[in-house]
Design a protein around this ligand. Structure first.
Ligand code: GN1
Ligand code: MG
Length: 372
């Protein structure tokens, strides 16, 4: 967890912002970094910047993180320009400190970065309708295509084994065994649920090892709220939160998106009767995604799209429970059993996906064959 206290004067003195500082607001949508919106009065018009405190408990090497981040954002900006798009609205730009660094290390040892704020956009924590899902699918599909020829060998693993579901499971087993804060006895049902699905954790990694799935440059944190939608056109114009762009499987991005966007309720909903997997959202997201990325995917990747939804939900459920067992040391929480509530919504979603699985397979295949 990271602290909210910071010295804005010190940070401001190390950057050249346009206009006169006005105020800031907190924009904490995610569970990891602290994010603020800084507002300036630039000769009567408002100029905003995004300031983020990098969570160094999670991203242990800020130099490596920012080298990846600058590499990817510069690459995307160039691609957007080449395609005739508007780089100011469709890509992220890192602002450098006055002494030429892509981050600022403050006197208390905290790391900060400043990026552009894209005006007249909105993001969703919940897809209000199928069109939002279709557009989100298209945005993430495009993002994947945009990075298809990024030199993957230059990307460092900002969090090693991030979506390695076998090692995530091993961490979970270790947390159960250690039972650091004495919570294991109260969550036996949840533990058993994951133990019964241990074999799912190795399915994609086995295929990767056999050479049946390709490594790609992937986003790795494809929550719906990581897409900015243009307020005027409604299109998903910019994919944000690029800390975890790393080599990975396309299936990680697809599955993680539906884990979040396919859920009819919030990730931390306490009333599990509200948590369902919405097949209409699945269909429209898949249509959007395949319309953008479909021709670059292999048939094996497409076949495993429904499975990826189950696997990424399983991974996230395991991570929430692991953090609960470890004493809530990773994800930001705002109530005592927050991680357990999050884990329970993931369990409910996995049950839903298991029941809908055959339908998901046939919906996916029919969308895919219509594209060909
Ligand atoms: C974290 O920061 P945020 O909310 O975008 C996490 C993701 C999880 C997600 C669950 C670096 O993402 O992996 O899927 O929470 N990011 C990191 O909501 O661990
Ligand atoms: Mg994130």
């Amino acid at each position: 967890m990271i602290t909210n206290l910071f010295n804005l004067d010190e940070i401001r003195a190390n950057y050249t912002f346009k206009g006169e500082y006005y105020d800031f607001t907190t924009l904490n949508n995610g569970h990891i970094n602290n994010t603020y919106l800084l507002r300036f009065d630039n000769d009567g018009t408002e100029k905003c910047y995004i300031l983020q405190q990098i969570n160094t408990a999670v991203f242990k090497d800020p130099d490596v993180l920012m080298a990846n981040y600058v590499g990817v954002t510069d690459f995307v900006r160039k691609k957007v320009k080449e395609a005739g798009g508007n780089p100011k609205r469709e890509s992220i730009k890192v602002y450098y400190t006055n002494d030429g660094k892509p981050y600022y290390l403050d006197k208390d040892g905290r790391y900060w970065r400043v990026i552009n704020y894209i005006i007249n956009t909105t993001s969703y924590n919940f897809p209000d309708n199928t069109e939002i899902c279709r557009k989100a699918g298209k945005a993430f599909g495009n993002f994947q295509k945009l990075l298809a020829d990024y030199p993957a060998e230059t990307l460092a693993e900002t969090i090693p084994n991030f979506h390695n579901t076998v090692s995530r499971y091993a961490d979970f087993e270790a947390a159960v065994k250690a039972d650091k804060v004495g919570r294991a006895s109260g969550v036996q049902k949840e533990i058993e649920f994951f133990v019964n699905r241990k074999k799912d954790c190795s399915v994609l990694l086995d295929l990767l090892e056999k050479g049946e799935l390709p490594i790609r440059v992937t986003h790795n944190d494809t929550k719906l709220n990581n897409v900015l939608f243009d307020k005027k056109t409604g299109e998903g114009i910019c994919v944000i939160d690029l800390d975890t762009v790393m080599p990975g499987l396309s299936l990680y991005d697809f599955g993680d998106s539906l884990r979040f966007a396919g859920n009819t309720a919030a990730e931390d909903e306490k009333d599990l009767s509200k948590v369902k997997f919405n097949m209409d959202f699945y269909r429209s997201y898949t249509e959007g995604y395949l319309s953008a990325a479909g021709d670059s995917l292999t048939e094996t990747e497409v076949y495993y799209l429904p499975f990826s939804c189950k696997l990424m939900t399983l991974e996230c459920g395991i991570r929430f429970l692991t953090d609960y067992l470890n004493g809530d040391v990773y994800f930001r929480i705002s109530r005592p059993e927050h991680n357990l509530d999050r884990c329970r919504t993931q369990i409910k979603l996995i049950e839903e996906i298991e029941n809908l699985y055959v339908e998901m397979l046939s919906v996916t295949q029919s969308i895919y064959s219509n594209l060909k």
